[in-house]
Design a protein around this ligand. Structure first.
Ligand SMILES: [Zn+2]
Length: 382
């Protein structure tokens, strides 16, 4: 499936992975704060409920990762209670958004869609519109500062509605109102079990009538019915995670190339439905056992439209570079594979087709070609 290349195929170094252009479609704003920022905002706002003294950001960062690792849903959810608690003012939202862009740019990300649920940032008296505008301002400022440092990045927002709440139509309308002003699509998130996406059909039908785009968290913990509903009832453009599609694929360990796809898996592959996979996050929630056994290896081999994502950089202590490093190590991926994931992600983004194409042809491919050619000049010190 890899295209022929004249260069020797080898596992890229961490330094090459860092410099490689990357595209991120699934990243939560309230899951990507810097630990020091959580601590500073808490101190500024007099928020006293942090589990670790606010003057020790390193311990705080560790606490977030451990809570997410603990296997306890309660502790996992507690992490978001703290980050959301300090993101209730205009300035805090703009700062967190700006820093997210700068952190992604420093990690070599050239295009990102960052999602958040406006309804979770109203406790300080902001309106839904004010939340969106504060985050947009932060994103634009982050883009400007990154460009000034020589790192060009473009960021779009996805507005998320919570599956257990009843505001999805309102949030979908909000996403539509801001679609030419920084918001590129819509998402629903939250616990899958007991909250099927079909409860939010009015929101999805509205967005379809408006020719707008959306993705749905589906097939992470919950199985095939959730993926089926997201696609065939709701009409999702992409699937958040979608790892459980593996349940519809029969593999003979002796002949993995002869995998048999059920109707749903075949539909997902045939229609090129993008899967927003988040390997490290899946290990923490138990959706996968190890990087080596993560379904992404098989799905990539079978040619599904797989993309690689971070989900929650703070809780998972991760970055796009780290996700790529882990996968390169687990599956011997080369720069060709990393380019394939990156082009897949760019093709699946919610910005206009001509802009996606220009990102692929004018930014992503030339930079991977540059990285691939480095072996020719191995004598030069870099
Ligand atoms: Zn997610």
């Amino acid at each position: 499936m890899t295209r022929p290349s004249a260069s020797p195929s080898r596992v890229p170094t961490p330094e090459q992975i860092l410099r490689a252009p990357k595209v991120l479609l699934h990243d939560h704003l309230d899951g990507g704060l810097r630990p020091a920022t959580v601590a500073e905002l808490a101190a500024e706002q007099g928020y006293a409920n942090l589990p670790v003294p606010a003057d020790d950001p390193e311990a705080l960062g560790r606490w977030f990762r451990e809570a997410a690792d603990s296997g306890s849903l309660e502790r996992y959810l507690e992490t978001f209670a703290h980050t959301c608690a300090v993101m209730q003012t205009r300035d805090a939202l703009a700062r967190v958004a700006r820093e997210a862009v700068l952190d992604l740019a420093a990690d070599g990300v050239v295009y990102a869609e960052i999602r958040y649920a406006p309804e979770q940032h109203l406790e300080g008296g902001l309106t839904l519109e004010q939340v969106v505008e504060a985050v947009n301002d932060g994103f634009r400022e982050g883009e400007r500062r990154a460009a000034a440092e020589g790192r060009r990045i473009r960021v779009g927002a996805l507005l998320t509605a919570m599956r257990h709440a009843a505001r999805s139509l309102e949030i979908a309308e909000l996403a539509n109102r801001y679609r030419d002003r920084g918001v590129v699509g819509f998402d629903i998130a939250g616990a899958e079990a007991g909250h099927p996406p079909t409860r939010h059909l009015d929101a999805f039908e509205y967005l379809k009538r408006e020719n707008n785009h959306f993705t749905i968290h589906a097939g992470e913990a919950f199985g095939l019915p959730s993926i089926w509903q997201a696609l065939q009832w709701c009409g999702a453009d992409r699937l958040g995670h979608g790892v459980r599609i593996i349940d519809d694929i029969e593999v003979d360990p002796k002949a993995p190339e002869g995998a048999r796809l059920g109707r749903l898996a075949a539909y997902v592959r045939d229609r090129r439905v993008p899967l927003e996979m988040c390997p490290t996050s899946n290990l923490q929630t138990g959706a996968a056992e190890s990087y080596e056994r993560h379904p992404i290896g098989l799905l990539r081999g079978l040619g599904f439209r797989v993309t690689v994502n971070t989900d929650n950089r703070l809780m998972s202590g991760t970055s796009m570079s780290r996700e790529f490093e882990e996968l390169a190590r687990a599956f011997d991926y080369t720069l060709d594979d990393l380019q394939w994931f990156t082009v897949n992600a760019m093709k699946s983004a919610f910005i206009p087709f001509n802009e996606r194409l220009a990102m692929i042809n004018d930014v992503i491919k030339p930079r991977y070609a540059e990285l691939r050619s480095e072996w020719l000049f191995a004598g030069e010190s870099r």
